[in-house]
Design a protein around this ligand. Sequence first.
Ligand SMILES: Nc1ncnc2c1ncn2[C@@H]1O[C@H](COP(=O)(O)OP(=O)(O)OP(=O)(O)O)[C@@H](O)[C@H]1O
Length: 249
Amino acid sequence: MLQVHALEKTFPLEHGVVKAVDNLSFSVSPGQVYGLMGPNGAGKTTTLRMILGLLEPDSGEIEVDGFRGGEQTTEIKSRLGFVSAGDGVYPWLTVREMLLYFADLYGVDPPEAAERLKELADLMEITRFLDRRAGGLSTGQRQRVTLVRGLIHDPPVMLLDEPTRGLDVVGSQTIFEYISHLRSVGKAVVVCTHRLDEAERLCDSFGLLHEGRLRFEGSLQELQVQTKRQTLVEMFVDLLKPSEISAAS
Ligand SMILES: Nc1ncnc2c1ncn2[C@@H]1O[C@H](COP(=O)(O)OP(=O)(O)OP(=O)(O)O)[C@@H](O)[C@H]1O
């Protein structure tokens, strides 16, 4: 389970400051897919960076399976999986070497890592190229490898940042199936995406961020009642016209 409590982050600018994340709270339960959505500059990446322990919040707290940020950041990191559109591979390592290397970084015991790799390689259909150098893989094959990498340490919480960016229909379909798998095995999943049509299909609940604040939150049905709009696209258009909406909080 992921819980974010009253998270705040302000960045200094040359003249003034920008409040990137403003009193943000949300939680994601096992088996739930939560779409953290918002227009450019809404604060999504800053939020993910704070959850991942890459950026220190000004205030607020991150909790993963009962472990809290601060002195327990290492415990939190080992319980998070991260997949991003920009993920690369180590070109000179074989796929097996690279994935076992990541398992080792996360402190997974070698026999357990080998077993886990076998399972995930079957699931994501990468078994046949496990012993090929990662640099020679096609885009679709690399994508599958990076999806396996995100799960190699069996984290309870998965963060996906624009996972379908730059992918064709087949690549996007792989992501949809991956997310369905994550849900079915009880991961708590956060997906940040600009693809609102995809998000509607993929996510069980949504947090709509604007200027660092959570403006609306709930299932699509609940959002439709709150916003009096049918689609996420319409809700986003309204978000960009702040004077015409009534904030949820
Ligand atoms: N290191 C930084 N220094 C100064 N301002 C920053 C920094 N990082 C982010 N910001 C500002 O914080 C706000 C939120 O940015 P963030 O990247 O979190 O938004 P986002 O929702 O991920 O946007 P996008 O969808 O465009 O990636 C923006 O106004 C951005 O300019």
